[in-house]
Design a protein around this ligand. Structure first.
Ligand code: ADP
Length: 165
């Protein structure tokens, strides 16, 4: 049976740190489903359709990577996709606690599901979407940290939302 892994996240926007995890998961699994979580409690900069569109562009060269979105419980979503594995990236010790809680809760909700973690590449260890948005809002340079085409979209979006200082 093909080994499918789901990589869930906000991806607001996708960074090179995310892409690194996608590429590495793609080397290990037969199919990677990168899925944008529509979290009703968060107010993202990019709406879900935009995040999905950007991710699709980023992974277009990988035949076995699919981009999707979901809302509600991740465990329910995995069932729908007939997947049993979740992949998450770990950057620093600070990620550990919340990831541990989430993985444990998901295990409680569905004992068949495993969460695996990939350590970030050191060059992206400090990188997060929120850091990117913060730096860009002060017109700092985020080139090299997000895929090239996202730099322009990011500045356009920040301008549109009046988030540039
Ligand atoms: P969430 O809101 O679910 O944390 P994110 O888009 O911030 O969504 O992150 C999705 C996943 O990608 C998480 O597992 C996160 O730890 C991981 N991730 C984010 N940035 C990096 C990075 N620079 N290197 C490795 N993994 C990362």
């Amino acid at each position: 049976m093909a080994k499918v892994v789901v990589y869930p996240g906000s991806f607001d926007p996708v960074t090179k740190g995310h892409l690194d995890i996608i590429e590495r998961a793609n080397n290990v699994f037969d199919k990677v489903i990168v899925s944008v979580f529509n979290n009703p409690r968060k107010r993202p900069l990019f709406d879900m359709e935009e995040r999905v569109k950007m991710l699709k562009q980023v992974v277009k060269e990988y035949d076995s990577v699919e981009v999707d979105c979901f809302t509600g419980l991740l465990t329910t979503y995995l069932k729908q996709k007939e997947a049993k594995v979740i992949v998450r990236g770990l950057r620093a010790v600070s990620d550990f606690e919340s990831e541990f809680q989430m993985a444990s809760m998901n295990k409680k909700l569905d004992a068949d599901i495993e969460t695996i973690f990939m350590m970030t590449s050191t060059e992206y260890a400090y990188l997060s979407s929120s850091m990117i948005k913060e730096v860009a809002s002060f017109e700092g340079c985020v080139r090299d940290l997000v895929p090239e085409f996202i730099v322009d979209r990011l500045f356009e979006k920040l301008k549109e939302r009046d988030h540039l200082f």
